[in-house]
Design a protein around this ligand. Structure first.
Ligand SMILES: [Zn+2]
Length: 198
């Protein structure tokens, strides 16, 4: 279910918090009020907001804040925030095409979360810790198509935005469609399915 953590002891890093906050654009002061009310970051002069980019914050508080902000602003805003997330990201050198780009989302996702104080992707051993779900990657045989099942507590339209930017960055003209025939987190399910085509 979106906004509900899979388990306790998960933290999200300040960089992710700030990237999402930054995406709220015109609605930043609403977002800042709600985030600080949940104990994430602090208000600064002139209704600004500050979060420690190197810090870690409880995922349950973060998802609660995210849900409150999402309810106020609606799905189109969540989509545009999702789209902005990877825009300024630095990608590892193995990300060179649309396939590696879509696969890299799950790695970045785990790098930005900790479980019991341990970052959930080890860049040395490539080991991934379970506990926050995944951004799926499955290539359709003989077709320019990737199916991504996103089973994670982030919202449906936010993830469609992330996938859209990642697909377009390496494959101009690519399209990302939410598969409405599959379960949807907006309707209480645990996952959404997206089809990337080019
Ligand atoms: Zn959905």
């Amino acid at each position: 279910m979106q906004f509900v953590p899979f388990e306790r002891a998960i933290e999200v890093n300040g960089q992710t918090v700030y990237a999402v906050f930054d995406g709220f654009a015109a609605f930043k002061s609403i977002a800042a009020d709600i985030l600080t009310n949940e104990g994430i970051g602090e208000l600064t002069a002139n209704r600004g907001f500050k979060v420690d980019a190197q810090g870690w914050y409880p995922q349950d508080a973060w998802l609660r804040a995210f849900e409150r902000i999402a309810k106020k602003l609606g799905d189109p805003v969540l989509f545009s925030i999702g789209k902005k997330i990877p825009e300024n990201a630095i990608f590892p050198p193995w990300v060179t095409d649309i396939d590696s780009a879509i696969r890299s989302i799950d790695v970045a996702y785990h790098l930005n979360h900790r479980r019991n104080g341990k970052v959930m992707f080890d860049t040395e051993s490539k080991e991934m810790t379970e506990g926050i779900g995944h951004y799926g990657y499955a290539r359709t045989a003989d077709k320019n198509e990737i199916v991504s099942v996103c089973e994670n507590p982030y919202p449906c339209h936010f993830d469609r935005g992330i996938l859209t930017t990642m697909a377009l960055r390496f494959q101009p003209g690519a399209q990302v469609r939410h598969d409405d025939s599959k379960p949807c987190r907006n309707k209480g399910a645990d996952s959404c399915t997206y089809v990337v085509q080019w």
